[in-house]
Write a protein that binds this ligand. Sequence first.
Ligand code: SAM
Length: 274
Amino acid sequence: MAALDGLPPLRDVIQRHGLDAKKALGQNFLLDLNLTQKIARTAGPLDDITVIEVGPGPGGLTRAILALGAKKVVAIERDPRCLPALAEISGHYPGRLDVVEGDALKVDFESLGEGPVRIIANLPYNVGTQLLVNWLLPERWPPFWQSMTLMFQREVALRIVAGADDDHYGRLGVLCGWRTKARLAFDVPPQAFTPPPKVTSTVVHLEPTDNPIPCAVSALEKVTQAAFGQRRKMLRQSLKPIGGEALLGKAGIDPQRRAETLTVEEFCRLANCL
Ligand code: SAM
């Protein structure tokens, strides 16, 4: 893609700006612009779309998103060392890249983009799950984003798409299953990153469901926390602190079942009986 956007190869960018990867910031960079394009394409057509990207780093994925025609990219980066490299991309795509320096966990995302917004990111592993949960939790639904295309460690990706009776099913699977349609897009091996992480990564694509089962987020959180906090125990035991058998009876759920056997609909029923 160096030929496609005329910008220098990422390896040169990293060297010129002294962007040696910092583990504490979850920095595992993607230097293969074909791969970053594949991730950006997974988000679907980007014309007229504002893309929010968390952690652009030296800008490999940012460049792919811009080359694929996104109207605007708003990128939040915590490491100030990356800003000069990102400024070069901004200069190449005038008016189409805004870089916000700061911690994505503290950003008010709803105020960032105008019009349809899609989130695309190779997330730092240490804050990735928390960011996803934050994007799934607003009371107002549908949310400000039209889709999310996100890279996670494979183990987290499996938890995101897991449903009942799956070993990876847990609080994250219930939350994602309740409010989104989530699918695994493709795996990315460790050697695709610089430096390579220890584990395989996976790109996940999520779209909001139009009509999630009506249910208060806080009640659902309470139920899944209690149920999966002791996932091997029967629900009559694990749910004792929040109502136990009486709650299960009200929701019409067999108290001898275990958390991992309950569907998202059943968790919502329990939350609504709380
Ligand atoms: N997007 C680049 C790529 O694909 O090569 C870099 C991805 S790297 C896995 C994660 C990036 O997130 C790094 O650039 C890191 O500095 C940044 N980062 C880490 N924690 C952050 C936070 N709390 N808020 C914003 N950016 C963060």
